[in-house]
Design a protein around this ligand. Sequence first.
Ligand SMILES: [Zn+2]
Length: 355
Amino acid sequence: MNPSQCRSPHSTHHSARPAHSFAAALRRVRTVLGRTSPSAILAVVSFGCSMSTHATRPARLGQAVSSDALVAVLERPGPVVLEKIVAGDWVVERSGLINLGSEKARDAGLEDGGEPIHLYVYALHHPRLGTYIVDSGLEERFRAEGGNDRVGAILAAAMNTDALVVRTSTKEWLAKQRERVAGVFLTHMHFDHVLGLPDLPDDTPIYTGPGEARAKGLLHAFVSGTVDRMLEGKGPIREWRFQPDPAGRFDGVLDVFGDASVFALHVPGHSPGSTAFVVRTPDGPHLLAGDVSHTRWGWEHDVEPGTFSNDAAQSALTFHRLRAFAAAHPQLTVHLGHQALREPTRKPSAALAAQ
Ligand SMILES: [Zn+2]
């Protein structure tokens, strides 16, 4: 297949704001597909496309350890100051975020519809090693008149474009920092997690889980051009070198800096390289779950994500494992992918309000 067939047409004539889901996007994109060449559609449907064509290389950072090493230090206060930034607010389809076919969701009467979510960035301020961020937020260009011209036409058309509100752009946050960002840890490479990268200096190292960039997906053809443009000018994406966790809790655990302050957990399912983080702070340990669980309702009711996940069965397995880990270690403050657990969240529907 010609790699160019794995790119959607790029146009600057649209109001571009991000949508979360490729599955939800597909439903909205049908009318636009009518303008795409049949051979391109055939190629996409036959083979799938990579999430990104950007260069990758193994990460040098991170030492493979057992999750027992993580558990051993979890009770002790750590050195990293954690800052949580709400980059933006958005509304996406509930069926992507929560498995509405699950018994619990059916019993609760959950129906599909718009679910309000947030895009988060986490800053990890390490006293010796500087500041790293988890996920990338939203670049300032999303505030431009007419939208962000890095976003492809089909993707833009597929998005819930009117719903995104930029609260803090990555550029805006960076301007307030005393030191430059030493690196970006992407929980995964779904496009709503890479939209702030252009605001960072090009030589800022970017890390992600194994196989994220080359992950195949039927809808990636409509996304990869946008993801590649967000990465333009950046060095190769560094992929974590996970090893099997001897204690069997996760698919792999890395002591990121070698000082037991930050651990990366390989939690595949939502995407092949999905990565969660445990950050040890003076106030206790925090778990950044990434999109292993997007919503407060899903986490609290033990219901895994819905159609946004690449591998539904693996996503459910990983979700239950991470939830069991959090339950076994109640000192962890849990941060979900797109909603807060410890703040009152808006009730998105009558069904949820009735809980
Ligand atoms: Zn996401």
